[in-house]
Design a protein around this ligand. Structure first.
Ligand SMILES: *[C@@H]1O[C@H](CO)[C@@H](O)[C@H](O)[C@H]1NC(C)=O
Ligand SMILES: *[C@@H]1O[C@H](CO)[C@@H](O)[C@H](O)[C@H]1NC(C)=O
Ligand SMILES: *[C@@H]1O[C@H](CO)[C@@H](O)[C@H](O)[C@H]1NC(C)=O
Ligand SMILES: *[C@@H]1O[C@H](CO)[C@@H](O)[C@H](O)[C@H]1NC(C)=O
Ligand SMILES: CC(=O)N[C@H]1CO[C@H](CO)[C@@H](O)[C@@H]1O
Length: 442
């Protein structure tokens, strides 16, 4: 009897040991749930690696992690990401971007008309919903969620290629201001790409999670997201591991493009002063735009940048009359200092504080009560913007995570939680706040 007992005991012990050793020496399970950030201008995908306890943001074959949210239609098929972006110049009517601005929204006819005027492609009104008109060898319309699905399919394939397993489940982020319909259409885009969405989380919450703020003792987190064209500020409140959006405000006409535009205006003015005429050719203006865009990025680390662009100008003759018939090649050159860049954009940078003050006022919070400040979006790399925010709060913002990848990093952490590879089983990390309205400055 006691022999039997001890044998059962040994079997149990052996099984236990085998399980223990297995856990120690078997490779950790592959992630089964991916985290998706479907942004207005860029999208990205990440996974939580249970083995290392770290998020891996997945890169394409060329090592790029931020993929343009662009989809292009040709007679032979549909392209997404960088492959679509290269067609933006040659096939502007069939190359769709910014689709997220239209997803799941019902527009007034006049508003939709104004919106479409901003794009080189045709946006048509289907009973209040936006659709895009495509003309290749046939003419047809596509919905914003179809555009989203092609981008998410690309994200899915990038993840499958990297992980070597097929993926069917995901967590996705959306702007905090998205209503239920916009969320549903985002989920539909994922479904069209063959992905089941286990959870939809707000972008600011994801950014806070990227900094591990769901695990530490903080109550009030302010998230500033300054991208290419929009500013979003959210005040989050955390109670017992759950995030709740207290207030939000923003400016949907303020972002990196505006700062580049100021530099472009400056460069055009310099050309006019130097040669008596502004740049004339569309390609020249395009090249100038690209050069000042590169200069802006370099000014994050360097104090000054020299911009050199070859131009073709109608240079005036000795009588001062522009030579309409002949274009003279010139090599335009200008030194742009960081100080000049800050001066040119002073009023725009100052506009960032208005929505910050609004979220504090609407959230009934003093600025001293904000525990952590999280910066998201490429434009928050600009040193003067960081300085403005840290001076306003009298403390340093959290900036250690790449501001372009903070959202996808947080979504991937949530995907890890949903996939069960997180040691601590947290089931819900966000409480929806249905009654919240966003204040917009612009
Ligand atoms: C359009 O062109 C593609 C590729 O050239 C071809 O496969 C397709 O059948 C064409 N469709 C129509 C309707 O002509
Ligand atoms: C257009 O929308 C209205 C209200 O949302 C609906 O009643 C109507 O059936 C729709 N019409 C079409 C053609 O879809
Ligand atoms: C969104 O989807 C959910 C689940 O499918 C559904 O219950 C809800 O009615 C939808 N809401 C809207 C506004 O479409
Ligand atoms: C920006 O920096 C990169 C690398 O640091 C350099 O190759 C490039 O020429 C710089 N551009 C300008 C406009 O200074
Ligand atoms: C500079 C700064 O504020 N860093 C904070 C970022 O967030 C972590 C929490 O994960 C804090 O511990 C840091 O102090």
């Amino acid at each position: 009897m006691s022999g039997e007992m001890s044998m059962i005991g040994s079997v149990i012990l052996a099984l236990f040991l085998a399980g223990y050793l297995g856990q120690q020496f078997l490779p950790p399970p592959k992630p089964k749930v991916i985290g998706l950030d479907l942004g207005t201008t860029f999208c990205s995908v990440g996974v939580f690696q249970a083995g290392s306890g770290e998020v891996q943001v997945i890169a394409d074959e060329e090592g790029r992690k931020s993929i343009p949210s662009t989809v292009s239609f040709t007679a032979s098929g549909v392209l997404a990401g960088f492959q679509a972006l290269v067609l933006a110049d040659t096939h502007p009517q069939n190359t769709i971007y910014d689709a997220k601005r239209f997803i799941g929204k019902i527009f007034d006819p006049e508003v939709l008309e104004q919106e479409s005027a901003r794009y080189p492609f045709k946006v048509i009104n289907n009973n209040g919903s936006a659709e895009f008109l495509i003309s290749t060898n046939t003419t047809f319309t596509v919905t914003p969620e179809f555009i989203g699905s092609r981008l998410l399919l690309l994200m899915k394939k990038m993840a499958e290629r990297q992980l070597g397993v097929s993926i069917h489940k995901a967590v996705i982020s959306v702007p905090a201001e998205f209503d239920e319909t916009q969320r549903n259409y985002t989920v539909r885009a994922a479904n069209l790409a063959g992905l089941e969405i286990l959870r939809v989380i707000n972008e600011p919450t994801a950014a806070a999670m990227a900094y591990g703020l769901h695990k530490v003792d903080v109550s009030n987190v302010l998230v500033v997201d300054l991208g290419g064209g929009t500013l979003d500020v959210s005040l989050l409140n955390k109670q017992g591991g759950m995030f709740f959006t207290r207030s939000m405000a923003g400016n949907n006409k303020l972002g990196g493009q505006d700062f580049s535009q100021r530099l472009l205006q400056y460069a055009i003015e310099r050309v006019r002063q130097e040669y008596g005429v502004p740049p004339f050719l569309k390609e020249d203006i395009h090249r100038l735009r690209q050069a000042v865009e590169a200069a802006k990025i370099n000014l994050t680390l360097q104090d000054s940048v020299t911009v050199r662009v070859p131009l073709q100008l109608h240079i005036p003759d000795s009588s001062g009359a522009p030579q309409e018939s002949s274009l003279a090649p010139v090599q335009f050159q200008a030194v742009i200092t960081r100080e000049l860049f800050e001066e040119l954009n002073k009023d725009l940078f100052q506009k960032i504080l208005a929505p910050v003050e609004t979220v504090l006022a609407e959230g009934h919070l003093e600025k001293g009560e904000v525990d952590e400040i999280v910066l998201v979006g490429g434009s928050t790399r600009i040193p003067q913007i960081r300085r403005l925010i840290s001076e306003y709060f009298g403390k340093e913002p959290n900036t250690s995570v790449d501001p372009d990848l903070a959202v996808v990093t947080g979504v991937a952490i949530q995907a890890g939680i949903m996939g069960g590879s997180w040691p601590l089983q947290v089931s819900a990390i966000e409480i929806p706040n249905r009654h919240l309205r966003k204040t917009n400055f612009s």
